[in-house]
Design a protein around this ligand. Structure first.
Ligand code: KIV
Length: 282
């Protein structure tokens, strides 16, 4: 792993933009890594896009570990950040530390990420003290979706914006090395980015964050739902996959696949002898 929590901070200091995408498996992570991505997030969004849950709430530590291990095996250079799932850090500082330790030890990830602000700073402090790099996550925090009442832009009103700014400062003070800002007005994200010395990574938070992150199924149009405003669809892999699946079904049913070039051959005399021998038994 050439990229680390420290190198991401250095990139901000030099004025560079940090690139991050989610991945949940070895092959996808390897492709991203080979393209020079700075960081790969094993997001608990895997609950939605890989496991078919209707939120991130059911995702377990074991599921996170299973996927994060595969992603780590695919990354030579990218920093791998593993999400702490719902209720793995909220109950107590001790549980949070134990679970963050499991993510680091059992997967080989280079950092963990957790959602929430000042209320979780004791957890961030304890992890940082134990040499576990922590990425924060503010704004629209999907683990709080039931409390937030849906997927809405966060921080538009002055009091909410003030809370977001003070949460960001508190996370920085507690030792977080970076903060994801999700669905925050661009002007507020720019203000927070200017105030903090640690990098902000935006998703639906405008162009002035120090970096960007997207869920890869969204940017490749593998997700079949309506397009989210903040997502740019770079290509339509979903349609390409469906076309390929349809062609495979048609060609298999019609006998066009497998063709000569997909077929193994054996010595003709051997198969003739075997055919004579076994046909003779009929
Ligand atoms: O779980 C996830 O994919 C995330 C990103 C949306 C930042 O937290």
């Amino acid at each position: 792993m050439n990229n680390t929590a420290i190198s991401l901070r250095e990139k901000k200091a030099k004025g560079g933009k940090i690139t991050m995408l989610t991945a949940y498996d070895y092959s996808t992570a390897k492709l991203m890594d080979s393209c020079g991505i700075d960081a790969v997030l094993v997001g608990d969004s895997l609950g939605n896009v890989m496991l078919g849950y209707d939120s991130t709430l059911p995702v377990t530590m074991d599921e996170m570990i299973h996927h994060a291990k595969a992603v780590v095996r695919g990354c030579e250079n990218a920093l791998v950040v593993a999400d702490m799932p719902f209720m793995s850090y909220q109950v107590s500082v001790q549980e949070a530390l134990t679970n963050a330790g499991r993510l680091m030890k059992e997967t080989g990830a280079g950092a963990v990420k957790l959602e929430g602000g000042a209320e979780f700073c004791p957890q961030v402090e304890a992890m940082t003290a134990a040499s576990i790099p922590v990425m924060g996550h503010l704004g629209l925090t999907p683990q709080s979706i039931r409390a937030l009442g849906g997927f809405k832009v966060q921080g538009k009103e002055k009091d909410k914006a003030v809370k977001l700014i003070s949460d960001a400062l508190a996370l920085e003070k507690a030792g977080a090395f970076s903060i994801v800002l999700e669905c925050v007005p661009a002007e507020l994200a720019a203000l927070i980015t200017g105030i903090l010395t640690i990098p902000t990574i935006g998703i639906g938070a405008g162009k002035d964050c120090d970096g960007q992150v997207l869920v890869y199924q969204d940017m490749l149009t593998v997700s079949q739902g309506a397009k989210l405003k903040f997502v740019k669809r770079y290509c339509d892999v979903g349609s390409m996959m469906k076309n390929a699946f349809r062609s495979y079904i048609e060609e298999t049913e019609s006998g066009l696949f497998p063709a000569e070039e997909h077929t193994f051959k054996m010595d003709e005399t051997v198969i003739s002898e075997l055919t004579r021998q076994y046909k003779a038994r009929d």
